[in-house]
Design a protein around this ligand. Sequence first.
Ligand code: CP
Ligand code: NVA
Length: 311
Amino acid sequence: MTRHFITFKDLSREEYLHVIEIAAAMKRERRAGRYLHEHLRGRGVGMIFNKNSTRTRVSFECGITELGGHAVVLSESQTQFSRGEPISHSARVLSRYLAALVIRTYAQSQLDDLAKYGSLPIINALTDEGHPCQVFTDIFTAVEKFPGEPLEKIKMAWIGDGNNMANSWVEAAGALGFPLTLACPEGYEPNQKILAEARAANPLIKLVRDPGEAARGAWAVNTDVWASMGQESEQQAREKAFKGVYVVDSALMALADPRAIFMHCLPAHIGEEVTEAVLESPASAIFDEAENRLHAQKGLMRFLIPAVGPV
Ligand code: CP
Ligand code: NVA
C-alpha cells in the first residue's frame, strides 16, 4: 500500500515515534560526518512549489541528495499542469518515474487527487489547510529539547492565527496525545472539523481567546504570522484582530514554564506576532527547528518511500 504524508493523520503514534528515532540517528551520523545514505540511490523525487519557500525547498532538496537520490524540481507553469492536463493523467505519468512527490500548493484537494490517481507517496510541503512536515519537525525538536520526558507531558501552546500550522498542531495533538492550548482571535480559529475530530481523540486540546491562558505553564510557545501566503490582501483586517494581543513577547514567555522554548516555523514578521527579544532569546528554538526540517524529512522519506533493490 502506498503511504502518504498529506495530513498528520496519515501515520500512527508508533510510526511517528519510529520516524523520530530514524531522524535522530541520521542527525547524529551527519554530525559525525556521514552525510550519504543509499535509500534513494538512483531515484528521483519530484518537488512542486506553487508558493514561495526557503526552508522546505532547500531541506528537501538536500535531504533527497543525502539519501542518495535526485530532486526533480518542477514548476507548474513550465509543466503541462498549467495547460490543463488532467491531474489523473499527471499523477499516473509521474508515478512511472518518481519515487515520491513533494508538493506545496493552495488546495489540499490537489494532494488528495494526486494520491487518488497516482501510485507514489505524496508529501505535503504546505497547503492552505496544513503544514505537517513543519509540525512533525517541531515535535522532533521539542522531544530533543526535553530529553527523557515523554511526549505526552510536553505542554504546547499556540498563539495567534488558526492557520495551516495550527491545524496540523491540532491533528498532531489528536494523534500523539500531548496537551495543546490554542489562543486565537474570534473568526480566526482552526478548522472546526479538524478540531472536533482531534478533540474526540484527545480531550487535552483546548481553544481559548486569551494568549496568557494558553502560555501559562506551557513547555513550548508556538506562533506564526498573522497573514499566511495567499492572504496578503487580508493583512490590514488581520492586524486589527491580532495587533497588541496575539503577540509573543517576553511578558508572555514569562508565564510559561521556566524551561519553556519558543517556536516559530519562520519566516517571522518581527514586531508583529513575536518580538525580536523573544526570537533572539536563549529560549528561542527557531534555528534548531529550521535545521531539523532536514533530519525529520529524511526520516519521513525513509519511512514513506519503500527501498528498492540492494541498497
Ligand atoms: N517553515 C517553512 O516552511 O519555511 P519556508 O516557507 O521557507 O519553506
Ligand atoms: N502559515 C504560513 C507558514 C509559512 C511557512 C504560511 O502558510 O504562509
